[in-house]
Ligand binder design. Structure first.
Ligand SMILES: CC(=O)SCCNC(=O)CCNC(=O)[C@H](O)C(C)(C)COP(=O)(O)OP(=O)(O)OC[C@H]1O[C@@H](n2cnc3c(N)ncnc32)[C@H](O)[C@@H]1OP(=O)(O)O
Length: 407
């Protein structure tokens, strides 16, 4: 089978969606496509594969900013990757995904990242597991907050759209500090707030709570309640995306509201960080029902730009020997010097301290992958004793990175 590849046009949007939904065993008819979804579509950054006139594969990109340790950088957010079942395993996704990475580098972005339907799809293209995702299923009768209610603290609840200016203010307080957070312009807030009934999966409409401290809004959470009853009475589930808060009081009081809602017995959280503060705020952490999986997958496309764009938790001076099968520019020896205030990365002929491939370096990038753990897994080779410990201290960050929204 032969296929051609071209950039999409705005008119291709619905056919692309139909193709991707078919690949996901879903259908356009059962999913309302919101205006918000159409608005964020970037036709010129979408690649489609065609068999004759038929769209048979797609890989798209959203252009947004990503918070990395100590900095915010432009990044490519890969989305809607799908190949029709009739055309799978014939190299279509590989062609699209490799071409896409070349385009990302040409655009000037240093990294691409994505949520994987299955992690094993993407490692072959150099993506590394850059964040870990914690899900919580909290038995609210068993896990209680240790601290009493705060004074001078106020919570408002309502429809997200009605509270939006305060929600945006709180989000912006947090975004620049937390690796993994993503910029949201007006279109992206519309996208985040879109709440079509076909995507509620049995839950009610999305609601918001905002916390107000002495200087204004400083935290919020979105949630929906799935109302259910068993033979003993109410058994509702509060489904929370994540809790966004700029300080411990805001975080705690938002949680207090969520954990103590009438007619509910469980709070589920979809996007918690592995250092999520709630783990250290309750009397019975085991009852938070935490489960761990892969989070964001990240691919460095430009080693020099990426490594010099972030900051490092401890002084760093290392030579990394990197192997990248797609980009010859990323293969070689790089000296990285870094501090909390700045960083520099250049090609060098010096002896390497560590040897690793691009997927492993990508896993380290946001501070999520542990250099010690990756070395123990045999993915980093240490040529100078002590170099793994130095990399470990420098690449980690005081906030674990987390992917906090699907895109
Ligand atoms: C960011 C996102 O959008 S994540 C969503 C990804 N999409 C989905 O999961 C939807 C359902 N699946 C699909 O649409 C397709 O099967 C895709 C996109 C995953 C793969 O498309 P294909 O065109 O079949 O991939 P392609 O033929 O290029 O395969 C490349 C290689 O990856 C392997 N591969 C592809 N998909 C998978 C998978 N799901 N599991 C394991 N291996 C896979 C192939 O076996 C092949 O290996 P090889 O080179 O050793 O022979």
């Amino acid at each position: 089978m032969s296929f051609t590849v071209r950039a999409a046009t705005p008119d291709d949007h619905d056919e692309i969606l139909r193709t991707v939904m078919t690949a996901f065993h879903d259908s356009m008819e059962e999913n309302e496509v919101s205006d918000a979804e159409r608005q964020v579509f970037e036709a010129e950054r979408s690649l489609i594969a065609l068999d004759g006139e038929e769209v048979v594969g797609h890989a798209g990109i959203y252009t947004r900013d990503l918070t990395v340790p100590g900095s915010v950088i432009p990044a490519a957010f890969v989305t809607m990757v799908g190949v029709r079942g009739t055309h799978r395993r014939q190299g279509i996704a590989s062609t699209l995904l490799r071409q896409q990475l070349v385009d990302v580098r040409a655009t000037g972005e240093a990294v691409a990242l994505l949520w994987a339907s299955e992690g094993r799809i993407y490692q072959r293209y150099g993506y590394g597991m850059a964040t870990r995702r914690l899900r919580l299923a909290i038995d609210t009768r068993e896990a209680r907050l240790l601290e009493p209610r705060a004074k001078d603290s106020r919570i408002r609840g309502g429809a997200p759209a009605d509270l939006l200016p305060d929600i945006v203010e709180a989000y912006e307080l947090v975004r620049a500090e937390r690796p993994g957070y993503i910029s949201r312009n007006k279109q992206w807030w519309d996208f985040v707030l879109a709440d079509p009934a076909s995507r509620r999966y049995g839950g009610g409409p999305r609601r918001a709570i905002v916390h107000y401290g002495q200087s204004g809004p400083d935290g919020y959470a979105f949630y929906r309640v799935k109302q259910q009853w068993n033979e003993l009475g109410p058994d509702g589930v509060v489904q929370v995306n994540n809790v966004v808060a700029a300080n411990p009081v805001a975080y705690r009081e938002l949680w207090r509201f969520l954990l103590d809602m009438d007619l509910t017995r469980t709070v589920s959280v979809g996007f918690a960080a592995i250092d999520e503060p709630i783990l250290d705020m309750v009397n019975e952490p085991r009852r938070l029902g935490a489960t761990l999986s892969d989070g964001l997958w990240l691919r460095i496309v430009n080693v020099i730009d990426a490594l010099s764009a972030r900051r490092y938790a401890a002084p760093l001076d290392l030579v990394l020997q990197v192997e990248d099968q797609l980009f010859p520019q990323n293969t070689g020896k790089f000296r990285i010097t870094g501090l909390k205030t700045g960083a520099h990365c250049v090609l060098t002929t010096d002896q390497p301290d560590l040897v690793l491939d691009i997927a492993t370096l990508s896993a380290l990038y946001l501070g999520g992958g542990s250099a010690g753990g990756l070395a123990a897994a045999g993915r980093i080779q240490e040529l100078r004793p002590g170099a793994v410990a130095e990399a470990h201290a420098a690449f980690t960050w005081h906030h674990a990175p987390a992917g906090v929204e699907m895109f």
